[in-house]
Ligand binder design. Sequence first.
Ligand SMILES: NC(=O)c1ccc[n+]([C@@H]2O[C@H](COP(=O)([O-])OP(=O)(O)OC[C@H]3O[C@@H](n4cnc5c(N)ncnc54)[C@H](O)[C@@H]3O)[C@@H](O)[C@H]2O)c1
Ligand SMILES: [Zn+2]
Length: 366
Amino acid sequence: MREITVHLGPRSYPVVVGIGALSSVGERLRTLGGGSKVALVSDRSVMRLHGPRVTESVRAAGFALTHVIVPEGESAKALAVAERCWDELLAAGMDRTSTVLALGGGAIGDLAGFVAATYMRGVNVVQLPTTVLAQVDASIGGKTAIDHPRAKNLIGAFHQPRLVLVDPGAVVTLPDREFRSGLAEVVKHGIVADAAYFVEVEQHTALLLARDLPTLERIIGGSCRIKASVVERDEQEAELRAVLNYGHTIGHALEAVTEYGRWAHGEAVSIGIAVAARLAHRLGYASLETVVRQERLLEALGLPVRLPDVDHAAVLAAIGRDKKSRDGKVPFVFAPRIGEFRLVFDVPTDAVRAVLAELTHAALAR
Ligand SMILES: NC(=O)c1ccc[n+]([C@@H]2O[C@H](COP(=O)([O-])OP(=O)(O)OC[C@H]3O[C@@H](n4cnc5c(N)ncnc54)[C@H](O)[C@@H]3O)[C@@H](O)[C@H]2O)c1
Ligand SMILES: [Zn+2]
């Protein structure tokens, strides 16, 4: 087991990464010193696959456990679902000392975190992420949200968990596409934050794709460490936390123009990384070799780095509507070298247009 502390003063918490970690949740809850009531929030699939271990561990440690089953995927992040969760917590007699466990992907983590942030002005939440994306990204950092009919993640709160338990063994049951999609965030962490980690991922693509457990533990643990260090240096998402948006300016735009139907999030981010990398090269911030290494690793992990059949004008318009834009300018994160980042505010639209065109044609000069 590897333990990483997210240092945030009185709100500090451990991220525990280890095969079998889910079976230790009961004992760990005892050391947190909360009340006797616990609610386990999950969806039907995840509950069936990984719920029994958690349930057994929590009950064996003497807690009164209530199961709260919510819809799968993004549809969990709705006000009506949050309301039903509040009702169920109330019906179970949960009070300010009670704890919410979020077992599932990022959608469950966001919803359950939001419910915990708001129920009685805030109760403890413990994140038990079961997708790669949730393990290396969503479960760490305290961002919680539900969606508004007009925009994703519009209604939310910062609410740090008391504990994050990452069991890399849980991702073995993920569908292949979901698994690979999460790896885009792993690659992102290496590119903007840690060159040695990037090399480690480069050297372990086959074992990673085979979901070799020790490899998963090492790579996922490394990614958690990177996310934790960014979060603790910049809790409320100012300049530094923007590095985590690498590949996301374009990625979000691609998801929006295809109405979230064509690419999984990580696939859109993967293409977004290719765009950002080429843009950085075109504008003189990065070498061609830096571009090629990023694309090669993404491709080796089965992630897309080309952009066929997309309306470029719609993509450019979507970039302009980005939540992060200020005074009509969208900050781009660039990687001048592997392991380094730089925020650039004045990226010319023409350059973005040219890179989109470049990535549309399959045969590319590298
Ligand atoms: N709070 C943050 O900082 C943050 C960061 C990134 C993303 N997010 C949010 O995360 C969400 C996406 O999360 P996601 O990619 O984990 O997808 P998801 O939560 O939508 O889950 C995808 C599917 O995977 C299934 N699943 C989960 N774990 C499984 C397992 N171990 N085996 C088999 N199936 C399993 C779920 O039932 C679900 O159907 C988005 O809502 C996004 O906004 C939040
Ligand atoms: Zn992402």
